[in-house]
Design a protein around this ligand. Structure first.
Ligand SMILES: *Cc1c(COP(=O)(O)O)cnc(C)c1O
Length: 224
């Protein structure tokens, strides 16, 4: 048995159970968050079938992407993005930048993408629980910001929204924050939103119940 296989199987079973209970037609994408893991860890997970990985620092993504450049890994960026790192990130051809948290940042990405003549897939990060420690637009501005980005940034493709669940042990509060995110996602479907990225190691079953179709799982996958 490979190092992560047994644990990963258990997680897949939990996801599948929650998915079928919520909506059997919903496809749930799994992003393995490798920010605390090494290139070797990533390779082990790759070898049991995982293709999408998430990093929250441009420098770490770069080192791991270079280390693993022979593998067709889909890289997701999920952390705070500083303006002076945008070019470095774009040169790594990330599959999806999930953490665009303002019109201003979208414009900066757009400007650089235009120069490189590439188009960049992004999600708008929404701070549904309105926590000061978190990035993201507040839910009441999410739709307006989304539409503004679509109108002003022709080199970025908005693919949906991303949110981190409320930081609390109170399951009801966590669920409320996911419901709020899903409500925004539903409204944005008519504007092309495809992904509702929510749910981490501690709350992914609740997120699936609330309509998530993209989970970002780190510690629960990589624990041994
Ligand atoms: C670290 C991180 C995750 C994964 O967290 P775990 O609790 O380890 O699953 C997901 N999303 C973001 C934005 C993160 O920074």
């Amino acid at each position: 048995m490979k190092r992560y296989e047994e644990n990963f199987d258990k997680i897949l079973q939990r996801i599948e159970k929650a998915r079928i209970e919520a909506n059997e037609y919903n496809i749930v994408n799994i992003i393995a968050v490798s920010k605390y893991s090494s290139a070797d860890d990533i390779k082990d997970l790759y070898n049991i079938g995982q293709r999408a990985f998430g990093e929250n620092k441009v420098q770490d993504l770069k080192l791991k992407a270079l280390d693993l450049e022979d593998l067709p890994i889909q890289w997701h960026f999920i952390g705070r993005l500083q303006k002076n790192k945008i070019n470095t990130l774009l040169d790594l051809s990330p599959t999806l930048i999930q953490s665009c948290d303002s019109l201003e940042l979208a414009k900066e990405i757009d400007k650089r993408a235009k120069i490189k003549n590439i188009s960049v897939d992004i999600l708008l990060q929404v701070n549904s629980a309105k926590e000061e420690s978190k990035a993201g637009v507040y839910p009441e501005y999410a739709i307006e910001t989304y539409l503004n980005i679509q109108e002003n940034c022709s080199f970025v493709n908005l693919k949906g929204i991303m949110s981190i669940g409320a930081h609390t042990d109170d399951k009801k509060e966590i669920q409320k924050s996911f419901e709020k995110t899903y409500y925004i996602f539903e409204k944005l479907k008519q504007n092309g939103a495809k992904y509702c990225s929510m749910g981490m190691s501690s709350d992914f079953e609740t997120a699936i119940k609330c309509g998530s179709n993209m989970l970002r799982l780190g510690s629960t996958i990589f624990k041994t």
